[in-house]
Design a protein around this ligand. Structure first.
Ligand SMILES: Cc1cc2nc3c(=O)[nH]c(=O)nc-3n(C[C@H](O)[C@H](O)[C@H](O)COP(=O)(O)OP(=O)(O)OC[C@H]3O[C@@H](n4cnc5c(N)ncnc54)[C@H](O)[C@@H]3O)c2cc1C
Length: 431
């Protein structure tokens, strides 16, 4: 099952040439396309399935600075500014509301983690504040729990994934970007050691530069070109409730649930303390690089062989230009939602805020997250292949920063001064 995305009329013809080809019509590729089109740079977005049908419509919609790695916060601050004017820029509501995000801690060690983060980011002058249990109760009334404390950032917020990507795509089209769906890019074309085009299942598009924004598929795409990009998959399950009063407009994350209001009046809920970690061949190849993450997050990972593991094993890792690729075999990654985890989330939420007793599940889905060893994305050039830029590996938090991340990718492609320091995102740190 998947969320209903605002429809976009895309092009049925693929052009034979452009300046930039973007592989992947998720929010990152689409924001980059909007920025390039605004700069009058010819751009084509090629999407193997439907726009935003993978992570970019399945995410929770949180737009946050809280709990980010300090080096990733300038990008999130830039994204806040860009979200604030996005509706006007694309002439359509993208659901952005700066209603605040609050994390609550059940135990002292969880609170200590928030306190450490708060200390580490003090120099960035965020509006975050540590909260007592009484302050949490005042901001989000009707609760049943005595929390060890919490942290609240009023300038954090949310946007609507099922609206934002489509609105951005339409705005990019109005400015001349060509967007094609149901067309997989099979491989890169090079000449003289640099990018000269892409080969799609419907023929070649000549271009000067390629932006790879293929989410969970980027690693497999690059393996075929012998370019290493370490990412591992995690699966996050989500439920949406039918319309419900609810206790607050603030998005709240507890150790074992989270909720935020949806634009239709329901709530988007997940088990924040549990992600499915399907084992794949990549765990044997690059798993050791995730030792630190495993040490910190082991309790949150449900590691095992599941449907995704077997599907992944069956997909080719190398192919020839005339062969059908994994991208044509799986147009949309649509893992089964773990309804057990969703039920757990709802139960924990009801215990904490009994107003959710009235919640009825409207829909459930899951999405595959592409996680890098340091949890930061790659936004940068691959120096060994001039003309290739990556914007991928967003590690479960790329929706919130997408307006800035896509713009940074466009800055790199067009040689403009970068929106923020790109150093934390360079490809070479992982290679
Ligand atoms: C359940 C869930 C909850 C999340 N919650 C949040 C949140 O609250 N806040 C937040 O900031 N982030 C969140 N995230 C992360 C966020 O959704 C992602 O970081 C972000 O959407 C990444 O966008 P993307 O464009 O890189 O990837 P995607 O949206 O996955 O797009 C990649 C696209 O590339 C296409 N593609 C791949 N290969 C090819 C090819 N060869 N040819 C053509 N097309 C190709 C795919 O079909 C896909 O549409 C969440 C993710 C999930 C799954």
């Amino acid at each position: 099952m998947s969320p209903r995305i605002d429809p976009v009329n895309t092009s049925t013809m693929i052009p034979t040439q452009s300046t930039v080809v973007i592989i992947g019509g998720g929010i990152i590729g689409l924001v980059a396309a909007l920025n390039l089109a605004e700069r009058n740079i010819p751009v084509v977005v090629i999407e193997k399935g439907k726009l935003a049908a993978e992570q970019s419509s399945r995410n929770l919609g949180w737009v946050r600075k809280t709990s980010r790695l300090p080096e990733d916060i300038p990008l999130a601050q830039a994204a806040d500014r860009l979200w604030a004017t996005m509706a006007e820029r694309v002439d359509s509501d993208v659901g952005y509301r700066q209603a605040g995000i609050m994390f609550v801690a059940r135990q002292a060690d969880q609170m200590a983690m928030h306190e450490r983060w708060f200390e580490h980011v003090k120099h960035l002058q965020l509006d975050s504040a540590l909260l007592s249990s009484a302050e949490i109760a005042r901001r989000v009334p009707g609760g049943n729990c005595a929390w060890a404390g919490g942290i609240f950032t009023p300038s954090d917020g949310r946007a609507e994934p099922t609206k934002a990507a489509s609105a951005i795509a339409k705005a990019a089209q109005r400015l001349g970007a060509v967007i094609v769906e149901n067309c997989a890019v099979r491989s890169l074309v090079t000449s003289g050691g640099r990018i000269s085009g892409v080969l799609t299942e419907r023929g070649e598009i000549k271009c000067e530069q390629v932006l790879l924004a293929a989410g969970a598929w980027s690693r497999r795409f690059l393996i075929n070109h012998h370019i290493a990009l370490p990412t591992l998959p995690l699966i996050c399950s989500v439920l949406q409730t039918k319309p419900l009063e609810g206790p607050t407009d603030i998005a709240v994350g507890a150790p074992d649930f989270s909720f935020r209001r949806h634009h239709t009046g329901g709530f988007i809920v997940t088990q924040r303390g549990a992600l499915d970690a399907p084992l794949t061949l990549d765990h044997m190849l690059i798993g050791l690089r995730y030792r630190q993450q495993l040490k910190q997050g082991r309790g949150n990972l449900r590691i095992g062989f599941g449907r995704y593991s077997f599907q992944d094993l069956r997909l080719a890792r190398h192919w020839k230009e005339n062969q059908r690729t994994p991208f044509e075999q799986i147009r949309t990654l649509d893992p089964q939602a773990n309804s057990g985890l969703n039920q757990e989330a709802l139960k924990n939420l009801i215990e904490a805020w009994p107003a959710f007793k009235a919640a009825q599940i409207a829909q459930q889905w899951a999405g595959v997250i592409d996680v890098t060893p340091d949890s930061n994305p790659v936004i940068g050039s691959v120096t060994s292949l001039p003309g290739l830029v990556l914007a991928t590996g967003f590690s479960g938090h790329g929706f919130g920063t997408s307006p800035a991340a896509g713009q940074l990718a466009a800055d790199i492609l067009s040689g403009q001064s970068p929106l923020v320091d790109p150093a934390p995102y360079r490809y070479e740190r992982l290679s």
